[in-house]
Design a protein around this ligand. Structure first.
Ligand SMILES: Nc1ncnc2c1ncn2[C@@H]1O[C@H](COP(=O)(O)OP(=O)(O)OP(=O)(O)O)[C@@H](O)[C@H]1O
Length: 302
């Protein structure tokens, strides 16, 4: 049975404490219009686009991530340049992570609905504002910086506890619920990795053997991702908060001067600098990376 067939079969009503989400199967692409009206484009990624949509019957607004995948013909050839299974695998993994592995968390985007046609997946997500971390960096101060960074660290810790490494934590993938920029949400689990051996919490009896091919989770697929990869990304984010700008962002404009990359010590206190020296980029770091528990108990996040 295909991965997508499996996801429809495996959801059982009333299971665990996660509100059951049934997968709607669409006969064709047009049928999506019976459920959601498309209002505006929010963003575009490698595999599709994300739109602001309105539920046809209750008028509520959501974000809908639409991803198309190519059906993989039996015996399709994997080459150095193209692997026809990769797109399907990426989309499937994101769906399973959001749909089954992670319970609800206030700082992780919530999956609200899931629809599928023959070659398209529609992930309906809670709608965030058009504000991401890069809008927050210039206005961050010691108090708001610590509050938002703590939200991101706690959500990342929660993800890790369930055996998931995000692997793509940066400004574009951390949105705010509204323009006040007080509540953040981690999005985009497209590059995430699921490692059951890392899980110390299991949601709703999630059994990875029902959902993933054993090669995928056994390390046989040559995946070297570790929690430290996310911790390093958190260190980069902290540097940006303290510098007040997206330090590593690709831009057509001139590169930032060294001065512009410096932590703003007139705004942030010594505790913030101490945390930067623990987890920040190598220019700042004093020693080996601490664990998530050590980061969470740091006084700047108290
Ligand atoms: N829940 C949401 N609310 C508002 N906007 C969103 C939401 N989810 C995604 N977006 C917007 O759509 C963009 C693309 O979303 P996302 O990163 O999930 O897609 P992607 O196809 O995986 O992208 P990429 O290939 O760049 O990783 C985001 O950067 C963001 O601007």
């Amino acid at each position: 049975m295909s991965h997508f067939g499996l996801i429809i079969m495996a959801g059982r009503e009333g299971e665990g404490n996660h509100a059951f989400l049934s997968v709607k199967s669409l006969k064709n692409e047009r049928e999506i219009n019976n459920y959601y009206r498309c209002l505006d484009e929010l963003g575009e990624g490698d595999y599709g686009k994300t739109y602001e949509v309105e539920h046809v019957s209750n008028g509520r607004r959501y974000a809908m991530k639409v991803q198309q995948f190519e059906r993989v013909a039996p015996g399709a050839v994997v080459t150095q340049w193209s692997n026809p299974h990769e797109g399907v695998r990426k989309i499937y993994k994101e769906m399973v992570i959001l749909h089954r592995i992670l319970p609800r968390h206030r700082n992780i985007i919530e999956l609200k609905d899931l629809l599928m046609s023959d070659n398209t997946v529609y992930m309906v997500l809670e709608l965030c504002a058009r504000k991401n971390l890069s809008h927050f960096y210039p206005i961050a101060n010691n108090r708001s910086g610590s509050r938002i960074f703590k939200q991101i660290v706690e959500a990342t810790h929660f993800i890790h506890q369930h055996g998931v490494l995000h692997m793509d934590l940066h400004a574009d993938n951390i949105l705010f619920t509204d323009d006040t920029m007080t509540e953040s949400k981690i999005i985009d689990f497209g590059l995430s990795v699921y490692k059951p051996a890392l899980a110390v919490r299991v949601h709703a009896n999630f059994n990875h053997l029902e959902w993933f091919n054993i090669d995928e989770v056994s390390g046989r697929r040559n995946d070297n991702s570790v929690p430290q990869d996310d911790i390093e990304a958190l260190g980069e984010i902290l540097h940006c908060i303290l510098a007040g700008t997206d330090v590593g962002a690709e831009s057509d404009e001139e590169e930032l001067t060294l001065d512009e990359q410096e932590p703003r010590m007139d705004i942030f206190d010594q505790q913030a600098m101490d945390l930067l020296e623990l987890i920040g980029p190598e220019d700042f770091r004093r020693g080996a990376l601490p664990t998530m528990y050590q980061i969470l108990s740091h006084p700047w996040l108290a």
